[in-house]
Design a protein around this ligand. Structure first.
Ligand code: SF4
Ligand code: SF4
Length: 240
């Protein structure tokens, strides 16, 4: 199998909006510290991304409405995660059949431990693939859909080349995600790879906010930082 042609065919074959490939060597220590040696042994990654439905994300400011909460949680979270998991599983199977190791990372759900992060950062792989930059919101921001994209990753030892140049941070003076957060989880600092996430984002504060919803028996929904980014807002594109 010609791997490069297969990667190119992924959006059409698996009904996803983004695909990108990266070499992970530059982030090896970070990846090992987060996920362990069994994750860090893979030299390359394939990122896939699905754009969230604007008709639902645009309603997030009205999230006190239970209908909005249920729609977002179902279609912009659970269903998109299932689509990503299905696609990464199928892609990993095809790469394995071609003679390489392929490890599909589960789509992001609840964090796995007290560090409030997953097994592997989908955003990091997508960033190293040149698909977007890490914004002040700590989300991966794409030029065309902002952070309104959910990501999946396949780690592999197939010999892949990076698909694009790294994208520069385009947040500039914008602070919309910082200002809208109801619990002030962001510090407003730009992403610098060498700095720990805590310099920009207090994940524990965001997590407690979500936990307070669970404690009340409510549906876990916020996403205002994702909604507000001008690079993704469907009603603000032309102004930015
Ligand atoms: S999801 Fe909500 S609470 Fe969490 S960081 Fe974003 S805006 Fe703040
Ligand atoms: S809302 Fe503004 S500061 Fe936040 S990620 Fe988007 S462009 Fe960057």
């Amino acid at each position: 199998m010609d791997i490069a042609s297969f990667i190119e065919s992924i959006p059409e074959t698996f009904n996803v909006n983004y695909v990108g490939t990266a070499k992970l060597e530059s982030a090896h220590d970070f990846i090992r510290d987060q996920g362990g040696e069994f994750i860090a042994r893979f030299p390359c990654s394939i990122s896939i991304g699905i754009v969230l439905p604007n008709a639902i994300v645009d309603l997030l400011p009205n999230q006190s409405d239970m209908g909005v909460r249920i729609s977002y949680n179902h279609h912009a979270y659970n269903i998109v995660n299932q689509r990503l998991d299905l696609a990464t599983s199928q892609i990993a199977g095809i790469i394995q059949d071609a003679g390489y190791l392929a490890y599909p990372i589960p789509a992001s759900r609840a964090p796995r431990d007290e560090r409030l992060c997953g097994l592997f950062s989908h955003k990091l792989a997508a960033h190293l693939s040149g698909l977007g930059w890490i914004g002040k919101s700590c989300l991966l921001v794409t030029p065309d859909h902002g952070p309104r994209v959910r990501w999946g990753t396949i780690l592999t030892d197939a010999p892949l080349k990076p698909s694009r140049e790294l994208l520069e941070d385009r947040c500039g003076d914008c602070t919309q995600c910082v200002d809208i957060c109801p619990v002030h989880a962001f510090t407003g600092k730009h992403f610098i790879p060498e700095e720990p996430r805590g310099v920009r984002y207090r994940a524990d504060v965001c997590d407690r906010y979500f936990q307070s919803m669970v404690d009340k028996g409510d549906v876990r929904v916020c996403g205002l930082c994702l909604y507000v980014c001008p690079y993704g807002r469907s009603n603000q594109k032309d102004e930015y």
